[in-house]
Each structure stands twice: as C-alpha cells, then as structure tokens.
Ligand binder design. Structure first.
Ligand SMILES: [Cu+2]
Length: 254
C-alpha cells in the first residue's frame, strides 16, 4: 500500500514481488520512525521550553526508555538487513540462470545510447577488442572472427521473450552508465572494462523504459531505451529483420 502511495510502477518480473515486499516493510518502518521521532521532537520543544526551564539541567535524561527504543530500532534494522536484504540480494546476484535456459544479451552503454548485442544464429558472441572500435564497428568486433560475423546489434531496443530468463552482460564503451529498469526491479552500473551479469525473468508482455541511472554527461537525459517483452514468434521476426538488415549478403543464412 505504501509502495503505491510512493508511486511505484507496476511489476513485470518474476522476482519483483520479493523486492516490493522488502520495500513495503522498509517504507512502513521509515514511517514509524518518522512519526516517532517527529513526535519526540515536538514534545521536547514543548516540554523543555526555556520559559519553563530557565536554567539548564546538566544531568539530562534519567530514564532508560530511549536506550530501549534505540536498541529495538537497531534490532529491527539488523533483521531487515540480514533476514531480508542480504538473502534477497544473494539470490538475485549469485543464482544466474544457466546458459541453456536463459537468453544472453550484451548491454553496452555509450554516450548516449544502449547497444544490445545478440550472438546471432550461431549462438556465439564474436571476439571483441578495444583496438577494433571505430565508427563503423562501435562494439569492437574482431573482423577476423567467424563467430562474430552473424552477430546482431539492436540500438536502444532490447527485445526479450516473455517468461524466458534474460542475462544481460552489462558493460560500457566510455564512461560509467547504469541499466535501470524500474518495471523489472533491476539496476546495474555499466563499468568500462568489466562485464557484469544482470538477470531477470519477464512475466508481462509490454514495452518498458530503460533509464540510465548514472549521470553520464550532457546528453544523459536523452539516453532512453526500451525493453520489449514479446512472444517467441514476434521475437524471432524482430531478430530476423535485424539480421537481414545487418547482414544483407546472406552470409549467415539459417
Ligand atoms: Cu548514461
């Protein structure tokens, strides 16, 4: 309920419910803290007003109520962190789905766009190297590598299949960017020189916004992309069209 009040977008991923559950608990906890400390502040303002206590009392609080309250807060915070946040995070980050069941896509950020790199019909990514990067070869694919000849790149549009897990290998060409998809409850920094896996399982057809969540330069605001969750046949048609566009010679017939 508090999540809704704070304007959370609808969930479209399998693990999203768990994230929402934790957010909801945290919001309620913060509300209790806010009301509690706010009330304490107002009471203190009234009770210890200078007109009532013209002389300062150097002894201070005599009861142990605040010590107990603080201890309770620490216990709740520790249980939230150790009981909810850490296991949830561990499950999210460590249990990357197996290659056989998940779709693997490389997400490469640049100023100011996202390149989504598919392995193509052979299912193998071509070798990449910084020395191959040029305006006509933005991903730095090795022109000699056969595996890379059928690779497909989609600019600012990540197409995925509904219900199939997706592993994004997140990296960047220039500065630090971040893939953030509020609807999928995922976010990951894109760091030049490293490939960090980020995975989710889309469970709702539709088009969802990908936001760059790191201030990456003057055009940061315009770095908008979308995830399109579609059915298998629509996805196949999309990939086929890009394949024909990017490999018109038909060298990669399949
Ligand atoms: Cu960016």
């Amino acid at each position: 309920m508090l999540n809704k009040l704070m304007g959370i977008v609808p969930n479209a991923s399998e693990h999203g419910r768990a994230v929402e559950h934790m957010l909801e608990i945290c919001h309620w906890f913060m509300l209790v803290l806010f009301v509690g400390w706010g009330t304490f502040f107002l009471v203190a303002l009234y009770k210890f007003n200078q007109s009532k206590h013209p002389k300062a009392d150097y002894h201070g609080v005599r009861s142990h109520a605040s010590t107990h309250a603080e201890f309770a807060v620490i216990m709740i915070e520790a249980s939230l962190l150790l009981g909810f946040a850490v296991p949830l995070w561990g499950k999210r980050v460590l249990d990357v789905p197996d290659q056989s069941e998940a779709m693997r896509v490389r997400a490469i950020g640049e100023q100011y766009a996202w390149n989504f790199h598919y392995a193509g019909p052979d299912g193998v990514f071509g070798k990449q190297g910084a020395r191959f990067v040029s305006s006509s070869n933005p991903l730095g694919l090795d022109p000699e590598d056969e595996a890379g000849k059928d690779d497909i790149v989609s600019k600012n549009e990540l197409h995925v299949i509904n219900q199939q897990p997706v592993v994004l290998e997140v990296s960047s060409k220039d500065v630090i960017h971040a893939v953030s998809v509020p609807h999928m409850r995922i976010a990951q920094d894109a760091i030049p020189g490293s490939k960090v896996p980020l995975w989710f399982r889309p469970v709702k057809l539709g088009k969802y916004e990908i936001v760059c969540a790191q201030l990456c330069g003057a055009g940061h605001y315009a770095m908008r992309s979308h995830i399109i969750v579609e059915k298998q046949d629509e996805f196949d048609a999309f990939l086929k069209e890009l394949n024909q566009m990017q490999h018109p010679a038909g060298a990669v017939a399949k």
